[in-house]
Write a protein that binds this ligand. Structure first.
Ligand SMILES: CC(C)(COP(=O)(O)OP(=O)(O)OC[C@H]1O[C@@H](n2cnc3c(N)ncnc32)[C@H](O)[C@@H]1OP(=O)(O)O)[C@@H](O)C(=O)NCCC(=O)NCCS
Length: 176
């Protein structure tokens, strides 16, 4: 995929209602989720050469998703389209609950992936995904919600900043 495929586009429907159906992902969704997860990782690769996608990323995506779907510390929500896209997974959000041994609140819910196909963007769907995953993480005991995304990914930076997220840790890298 190239950057032009990832350009955000307005869909024909400007309705303020959220044009998706959100539900917990299940094992049967893995074949539909893998290409979406890979699109996200390849988008991140376009932003930063230190995020080069591995040759075996597809197999890894299958394994990670399958393992996390049965992990009580993980939450994966699948967004199904409506109308002609009914029953098609058009986006997803994945998060993990992890302990903060030295800080309080002791448990954080970290959003590691959030992705929508371009036609579904900029209609408030991302905000809805964020709200729903935050509730799910809170229900699993998280007292704070965080988001991990590449520093160079401006879509993510703006999206989260608009929702009140601010940087609390930085991860800096250099090649060896
Ligand atoms: C991040 C994402 C899920 C947000 O979903 P969304 O439905 O577009 O978000 P919302 O409609 O709720 O909010 C839109 C806001 O997100 C940000 N945003 C969305 N697309 C953007 C783009 N192409 N460039 C810059 N900011 C963008 C802006 O802050 C925008 O607000 P604005 O329209 O007032 O400028 C979606 O844009 C996406 O899938 N992006 C590609 C994948 C990605 O980068 N994921 C984050 C890294 S893990």
């Amino acid at each position: 995929m190239n950057a032009s495929n990832e350009t955000s586009a307005s869909g024909p429907n400007e309705s303020p209602t959220v044009p998706i159906h959100l539900r917990p992902a299940r094992a049967a969704d893995v074949p539909a989720l893998v290409p979406l997860l890979l699109r996200l990782k390849r988008l991140n690769e376009e932003f930063d050469p230190l995020l080069k996608v591995r040759d075996d990323a597809e197999r890894q995506a299958n394994e990670v998703l399958r393992a996390q779907l049965s992990d009580p510390k993980a939450v994966i929500l699948a967004a199904e389209g409506v109308g002609p896209d009914k029953d098609k997974v058009v986006g997803f959000v994945r998060a993990l609950v992890r302990e903060r041994p030295f800080y309080t609140p002791e448990w954080e819910g970290v959003i590691v992936d959030i992705y929508l196909l371009p036609l579904y963007r900029r209609h408030g769907v991302g905000e809805y995904l964020l709200r729903e995953i935050s509730s799910a993480l809170k229900a699993k005991g998280a007292g704070v919600v965080t988001a991990e995304f590449p520093a160079q990914n401006e879509i993510a930076s703006r999206f989260y900043a608009k929702r009140g997220f601010r940087a609390i840790q930085s991860l800096h890298a250099r090649s060896l």
